[in-house]
Design a protein around this ligand. Structure first.
Ligand code: MSP
Length: 512
């Protein structure tokens, strides 16, 4: 048993959540659920990023104060995460007084450590990015991502000495024995970060004199903290950096910080540097996943192709929505999703393969053995095949989840389900029922046990469906002491278990 602390980015509270943020959140939720299955002392954090120009602007457009506005948006985020069965242990808001006090404590530490100095900033700032942009990044004078002109800033700011961390960070990433070692994954992202470090780092402005919607600096309340500095600190304030040293020591450093590739720079460079500067260890792993398009197009309001989590849940249910988001393409790369492809995958993999396997097993146990799973007899080659694959699948799933290979983890369980369906054809229980009752008992036991294992392994992805599966099998998850006990070994299902008298479709087929 160990501890596991994972986080999502905190999402801007300038608009309601869409399935882009759901993608990251579901992935981080799967990791948290996996570690709970392992029995780890798990803490899973998500939340909202509520300060800064972008949110202030959205609030002004709606004619309300930023706090009123974000209260409203936060309710949407919480509702969406509830719908998707997100099991976060805490929801942090950067407007929480606790977070604000934590940010001030952290910045006071940096200031005392000589890591912050006053200087003059002149340059361009994109409110959409909440980041400085350099003139050569602009296309026709506009930010290429947000297609809006940057603001020209010229003011006295406080600066963080990021520049001096260039070699320190490069070594911390490359050298596993470095006391500040942290990992950046996947490999392409790690190389990207190391490449940027080779080019060099400049000090960064970390405050604003002109923006009031933020946290005042403890050493100069006339300025507010730069929104990214404020936001990054959520990962430590939420676990008690400033007010609960015991909890902080229990969970920090974070085991995995899941982010999209768009915010890698902040998480893999600025964040570790801030931590090291304050005498705090960097997270163990920053994992940057890819971005998806919808039908080949970027999801955007102006294109009218934004999908919200509620829509997916309504069509597919929470379990399938989670499964579909993570099975379309590998987690570390870019991909494309579409509703027609979700429908096809849902029908093929969930309604047919997984749903039918359960259905026919439960139906046969009803028909041939008065619902009762009976003790298996001696195994034959084909039984051994199924068992070996089931155990290999359990091992593979764990290895895949350790590397955030969600699509491949799901693929492993699909392999088992496909094999079990073929096992039904190979053993033809309907024929055995006419003569070899002892062989029939063995086959039905093996089927039920393979499904119990599949349900166990699918739980992090589809907690509700997994529980419905074992309920129909007349058993429960976590037999034999959970995932670090016997639950993932073969033969845990006790003979005498009675399956449900009425098999119900796990995933009803969808027409379109
Ligand atoms: N508030 C900052 C993060 C601060 S963390 C200290 C922010 N917020 S955001 O609302 O813009 O969320 C960005 C994140 O949403 C991305 O990093 C990614 O995790 C997720 N995604 C948004 N659109 C996405 C896709 N189209 N595809 C995949 N992930 C997407 O940045």
């Amino acid at each position: 048993m160990g501890k596991f602390y994972d986080t999502t980015p905190i999402y801007y509270a300038n608009d309601v959540p869409h399935i882009g943020s759901a993608y990251t959140t579901v992935a981080a939720d799967v990791l948290a659920r996996y570690h709970r299955r392992l029995g780890d002392d798990t803490f899973f954090l998500t939340g909202t990023d509520e300060h800064g120009a972008k949110v202030a602007e959205a609030a002004a457009q709606h004619g309300v104060t930023p706090k009123e506005y974000t209260d409203r948006i936060v309710a949407h985020f919480k509702a969406a995460w509830r719908l998707l069965e997100i099991s976060n242990d805490y929801f942090v808001r950067t407007t929480d007084p606790r977070h604000e006090a934590g940010v001030q404590a952290f910045l006071a530490r940096l200031y005392d450590n000589g890591e912050i100095y006053k200087g003059k900033y002149e340059g361009l700032y994109c409110v959409g990015c909440e980041a400085y942009v350099s003139p050569d990044e602009l296309v026709d004078g506009l930010c290429p991502v947000h297609r809006r002109p940057p603001i020209v800033y010229a003011e006295e700011n406080y600066f963080f000495r990021l520049g001096k961390y260039q070699d320190i960070l490069a070594k911390a990433i490359a050298d596993e024995s470095d006391p500040n070692h942290y990992e950046v994954a996947p490999l392409a992202r790690r190389n990207e970060v190391l490449g940027k470090l080779r080019v060099g780092l400049s000090d960064i402005s970390i405050s604003r004199a002109s923006l009031k919607w933020g946290i005042p600096l403890p050493f100069d309340p006339s300025q507010t903290a730069y929104v990214w500095v404020d936001a990054l600190l959520n990962y430590v304030t939420a676990i008690g950096y400033a007010d609960d040293p015991a909890t902080f020591a229990r969970y920090w450093p974070a085991d995995v910080q899941v982010v999209g590739k768009d915010i890698l720079w902040f998480h893999a460079i600025i964040w570790p540097a801030m931590l090291i500067a304050a005498g705090v260890k960097p997270p163990k792993l920053v994992f940057a996943h890819g971005f998806f398009t919808v039908n080949g197009q970027k999801m955007s309001k102006s294109l009218g192709n934004v999908i919200v989590p509620g829509e997916l849940v309504e069509r597919f249910g929470a379990d399938a929505a989670r499964y579909l988001l993570l099975s379309e393409f590998p987690f570390g790369v870019d991909g494309d999703i579409s509703l027609p492809s979700f429908v096809a995958r849902y029908n093929a993999e969930l309604a047919n393969d997984l749903g039918n396997l359960l259905n026919r097993t439960v139906a046969m146990l009803n028909r041939y053995q008065q619902r009762e799973v009976q003790a298996p007899g001696a195994a034959t080659g084909v039984d051994e095949d199924l068992r070996t694959l089931a155990l290999d699948t359990a091992r593979e799933l764990r290895a895949r989840l350790d590397r955030l290979e969600f699509q491949e983890a799901i693929g492993a369980v699909r392999g088992l389900v496909t094999r079990a369906n073929r096992y039904v054809e190979e053993t033809a229980p309907w024929t055995l029922a006419k003569g070899d009752r002892s062989r029939l008992a063995t086959v039905l036991y093996n089927l039920a046990e393979a499904e119990r294992l599949a349900a166990e392994l699918l739980w992090p992805f589809m907690p509700g469906a997994s529980e419905r599966m074992v309920a129909q099998l007349g058993t429960q998850l976590g037999l034999g002491g959970g995932w670090r006990g016997q639950a993932l070994t073969w033969g845990q299902l006790p003979p005498g278990t009675k399956v449900t008298p009425k098999p119900t479709p796990l995933f009803p087929k969808i027409e379109r």
